[in-house]
Write a protein that binds this ligand. Structure first.
Ligand SMILES: [Zn+2]
Length: 179
């Protein structure tokens, strides 16, 4: 198999059988969904590698695998000070390909690896983007902003706890009043 040129349309089966490995750098801006979550100038690169293999699955049957690694540094919005905060995303994930969606659903719970449906024209860059999106922090924050945040939220918790009476305590006090 020749080195595949189009990562948006990879013959995964042939790639895995040839035990090929590809690596490269793709500008973050080319991952449109990821770039949408960034702020300011998005100048960074996603550094990635993908490796194919044919190896037995848990039941001992030969299966098609991809091992994916990717890293990127993306500018997100700090949820405390609202300034940009650089966040490093790191991905290292094994994927096993199965025949159809039903098999993927059936075997998903007992598999450590992620399951994907085998396609002749598999979009590796879309997979990398999906994984990067899943690695995004829910609440991006500067480390210094995070440490300022902690005591405040505890204070807030205390205030909330006092303001909202415990329903069981209310019930108990009602019961006592009846007697
Ligand atoms: Zn901040």
């Amino acid at each position: 198999m020749q080195k595949p040129k189009n990562l948006r349309s990879l013959d995964v089966k042939a790639f895995a059988k040839a035990q090929m490995r590809l690596e490269g750098e793709t500008p973050v801006v080319e991952f449109e969904r990821l770039a949408e979550d960034c702020v300011g100038d998005v100048t960074g690169q996603v550094i990635w590698s993908v490796e194919g293999a044919v190896q037995p699955d848990a039941s001992g049957k030969d299966a098609i695998w991809l091992h994916l690694e990717a890293k990127a540094n993306v500018p997100l919005t700090c949820q405390r000070c609202l300034h940009p905060v650089p966040v490093e995303l790191l991905i290292e994930q094994d994927f096993r390909f199965v025949a159809d969606e039903a098999t993927a659903v059936a075997e998903d719970d007992e598999s450590e690896e992620d399951l994907l449906v085998l396609e002749d024209h598999f979009d590796v860059l879309a997979l990398i983007e999906d994984e990067l999106l899943m690695a995004l922090p829910l609440v991006p924050m500067h480390p210094t902003c995070l440490s300022e945040q902690a005591p405040t939220s505890k204070e807030e918790e205390a205030i909330l706890a006092e303001a909202k009476p415990n329903p069981f305590a209310v019930l108990a006090s009602l019961k006592t009043r009846k007697h």
